[in-house]
Ligand binder design. Structure first.
Ligand code: NDP
Length: 325
């Protein structure tokens, strides 16, 4: 038997409850994992509260990422005792996820923990941190360098935003952090932000082209914030868009693209190919100041998840939230 957070639909509403389950009810997969930590991402907030259509069928175990040790494996790539991390691939959406003491998954979805990285650190990074790294890699692929000028990170005190600020600052960029929470200014400066910009200022609808401010942008917010970021990006700058914490819409004109050669690069971590993931995890090991993760992260238990799920959707959760199993 093992403990899990189970989501069910009651009268059309999602309810979350901790239950004891038998291993035999786990979905099919080649690898059984003893989960050590999962984490709470924005998408998990949508799933647990039922405010977003994330879960494809009920009952279900949420948790789009987890880290743990292989208990048994029918795939030659993994053996009992191996430490593994999983993010994305529809786990915690179409397949039961990480908010349980055990998970059974496809071997293809697992990444061996990079040498020198603890499981706890890997989950402090989690889907959000991996996505932040994929955004940074997108800026680098776009040719953005610190000499070209400041970079902007929106939704900066969130999970993706916090890690993006820390990564870009460590690489020598002048990072401007856009946030709706002025109370988090000290935190963002500790992560390496040089300047703070208010969310309200960013959310004002832009003209087709604004003054050129950013060599690159990591956007987790969407909507007018992303539209303004595009209108304020330098000639030949790159904007990496990964989120919709503000809106899924994009009220923009073509002007930044056709007059300033701006590149808008979408970033997806869910179906990101395995070699790119492995590279991103290696980059995180070398490029992220792991000491800062102590400031970025907090730890909760499984029974605190429903409360934190509401809070992450209200934009009240700072940085990353670990769930200890
Ligand atoms: P968090 O909730 O931790 O961070 C989101 C941040 O956005 C908040 O902390 C807040 O930052 C800001 N924000 C919240 N609400 C609003 C609003 N109404 N208007 C403007 N800003 C707002 O979430 P995550 O970091 O986990 O995820 C961020 C986004 O990225 C989400 O939309 C998520 O779905 C997406 N995502 C996408 C992935 C992909 O593969 N493409 C993977 C992971 C996440 P502040 O208080 O500083 O303003």
């Amino acid at each position: 038997m093992f403990k899990a957070l189970v989501l069910d639909q009651v009268d059309g509403k999602t309810q979350a409850e901790i239950r004891e389950l038998d291993e035999s009810v786990l979905p099919e997969g080649e690898v059984l994992v003893d989960v050590a930590y999962s984490s709470l991402n924005y998408k998990d907030g949508l799933a647990v509260t039922g405010k977003g259509k994330i879960i494809s069928s009920f009952p279900a175990i949420p948790g789009i990422d987890f880290v743990g040790r292989v208990a048994s494996s029918a795939d030659a790539r993994f053996a009992a005792g191996d430490e593994v991390v999983l993010t994305g691939w529809g786990v915690g959406e179409r397949h039961w996820g990480g908010m349980a003491e055990k998970a059974r998954v496809k071997a293809d979805w697992l990444v061996p923990l990079p040498d020198g990285m603890s499981g706890r650190t890997a989950m402090l990074i989690g889907t959000a941190g991996l996505t932040a790294m994929l955004c940074v890699m997108a800026l680098e692929q776009g040719g953005v360098t610190p000499e070209q000028g400041p970079v902007l990170v929106t939704g900066a005190s969130g999970g993706v935003g916090s890690v993006a600020v820390a990564l870009l600052a460590k690489k020598g960029f002048d990072v401007v952090a856009a946030t709706g929470r002025t109370s988090e200014e000290g935190y963002l400066r500790k992560l390496g932000a040089k300047e703070i910009r208010s969310r309200d200022e960013m959310a004002a609808p832009p003209r087709p082209l604004e003054k050129q401010l950013w060599a690159g942008v990591v956007d987790t917010v969407g909507g007018t914030v992303l539209a303004r970021a595009l209108a304020e990006t330098h000639y030949s700058g790159t904007v990496a868009a990964c989120g919709l914490a503000g809106s899924h819409e994009l009220p923009v004109t073509v002007m930044p693209f056709i007059l300033r050669n701006v590149r808008l690069q979408g970033v997806d971590s869910v179906n990101c190919p395995t070699p790119v993931r492995q590279q991103a995890w290696q980059n995180l090991l070398s490029d992220l100041d792991l000491d800062l993760l102590g400031d970025v992260g907090q730890e909760i238990s499984l029974d605190e998840v429903p409360d934190y799920a509401e809070r992450i959707l209200r934009g009240e959760v700072r940085g990353r939230t670990l769930i200890k199993l």
